[in-house]
Write a protein that binds this ligand. Structure first.
Ligand code: LER
Ligand code: MN
Length: 273
């Protein structure tokens, strides 16, 4: 049984044009913010490629005017659109990736948002040893975490399925990475779409990650909105609740049949549980 009061619901909105398909909202920012608020969401998760390209004061004003919070900031577009990563064999690209993550810290601080480390971690590129990629990853994360502490910001690494990256696919690998990075402001972002591919049991993995869960993405098995596939969200959210999770449940799913309909169906479904 899920206690509805534990759910603070947000949804992903891209602040800039992006090729990533599961950024639920793209396009006209003001219209999207108003629609998201009118559907009953409490917050909006911002996907930001490069914070230097945004007028943050104007963005904050628009968000606050709609009565929305910003629980998390997604950073993966710097990989998707620009190829930046913590594990590129080119030292200069690894440096740009670390600097890009650090450039998000004032924004994360301003909104009290978790900073997401998704695909910007990169992949094990051809010719690179897996152990070397892991060493670069740990080093980059340690550097970002120690800078983030100064801003009071937490970082959340998202285990991502094997078809999108070769680095950190599962919660077991994520927990191992937490040990290696050894920083109090470093945790995990769990995403039900990726978990459905990689975990033997979504519920028991959630229970194992427990207090290391800093943020939570929901999409159904087909990456449509919750309720459109075969995941058991009553059971998944009950498992999350037993960990004492006080964070947000953020919709990151395909904008199908369109973003508004998907967002509407998702919140209706989640609130019905
Ligand atoms: C981002 O949150 C995500 O889930 C990944 O699939 C990005 O490709
Ligand atoms: Mn995700």
């Amino acid at each position: 049984m899920v206690n509805g009061y534990f759910m603070k619901l947000s949804i992903v909105l891209s602040t800039q044009p992006a090729s990533f398909q599961a950024a639920t909202f793209k396009g006209n920012l003001e219209e999207n913010l108003q629609l998201i608020a009118s559907l009953g969401y409490d917050g909006v998760e911002l996907a930001i490629r490069d914070p230097r390209l945004l007028d943050m004061d104007a963005l904050e004003k628009s968000i606050l005017t709609c009565g929305l919070s910003v629980p998390a900031i997604g950073t993966g577009q710097a990989w998707g659109e620009e190829g930046l990563s913590f594990t590129d064999p080119e030292q200069s690209i690894r440096r740009l990736a670390v600097e890009r993550i650090q450039s998000h810290l004032p924004t994360a601080q301003r909104f009290g948002a978790v900073l997401i480390i998704g695909l910007i971690r990169g992949i094990v590129k051809p010719g690179v040893e897996a152990a070397q990629a892991m060493a670069w990853l740990v080093e980059a994360l340690q550097e970002c975490c120690s800078e983030a502490i100064k801003f009071g910001v937490n970082l959340a690494l998202e285990p991502i399925n094997r078809y999108e990256t070769t680095l950190i696919n599962s919660t077991v690998q994520g927990l191992d990475l937490i040990q290696r990075v050894d920083a109090g402001n470093f945790g995990l972002l769990l995403d039900t779409f990726h978990m459905n591919i990689e975990e033997a049991s979504i519920e028991s993995s959630i229970r194992t990650c427990a207090s290391h869960i800093f943020h939570f993405h929901v999409a159904d098995s087909n990456r449509w909105h919750p309720g459109a596939g075969h995941l058991d969200f009553t059971s998944i959210l009950a498992a999350l609740q037993t960990t004492g999770y006080k964070g947000w449940i953020s919709g990151e799913f395909l904008p199908l049949p369109d973003a508004g309909m998907a967002a509407r169906e998702s919140i209706k479904f989640l609130k019905s549980l």
